[in-house]
Ligand binder design. Structure first.
Ligand code: S3P
Length: 165
């Protein structure tokens, strides 16, 4: 059976960028979870959070993961909260390998600073806040991961090659 690759990790760790590179270099089909959910719901992530609530968004994530079960040769760029639900982790494990992308809080802040589309970080774009949320999530990320890949100061192509190895 061909395996799918799931990219998990905190916002700003490069999941989207690395997924695109895995497509470009190795021909994997990209599933960008956030984008697919936005298309299905006909609204942006901030609007989904504001109008339907975070719990609703989280259930969209689980539904989408269930649907991917019949597919292969995918690289799935997960939203930063996906690996926090045990059910999601079980679904990912049954379909392939889970790669945790990491970055320092400094790198993360640099990458998310000008972005308005991450409701979880609204009003929390400081090193201290990012460190706190990262610390809260880290046990779940680490538990879910088959491998860890640090993304600081690395090119996407280098990271894609490292993951395929
Ligand atoms: C979230 C991360 C976002 C998006 C949503 C919630 C999170 O995805 O799914 O804003 O809880 O970490 P990215 O990690 O792609 O920014």
């Amino acid at each position: 059976m061909e395996q799918n690759i799931f990219l998990i990790g905190f916002m700003g760790c490069g999941k989207t960028t690395v997924a695109r590179e895995l497509n470009r270099l190795f021909g994997l089909t990209v599933i960008e979870m956030d984008q697919l959910i936005e298309e299905r719901e006909g609204m942006s992530i901030p609007d989904i959070f504001a109008q339907k609530g975070e719990a609703y968004f989280r259930s969209c994530e689980t539904t989408l993961l269930r649907e991917l079960q019949r597919r292969s040769n995918l690289v799935v760029s997960c939203g930063g909260g996906v690996a926090l639900r045990e059910e999601n982790v079980a679904l990912m494990k049954s379909q392939g390998r889970i790669v945790l992308l990491t970055a320092t809080p400094e790198t993360i802040l640099e990458r998310v600073r000008d972005d308005q589309n991450r409701p979880v970080l609204n009003g929390k774009k400081t090193i201290t806040d990012i460190e706190a949320l990262l610390a809260l999530r880290w046990p779940a990320y680490e538990k879910a991961a088959d491998i860890l890949v640090a993304t600081d100061k690395k090119q996407a192509a280098e990271l894609a090659a490292e993951i395929m190895r």
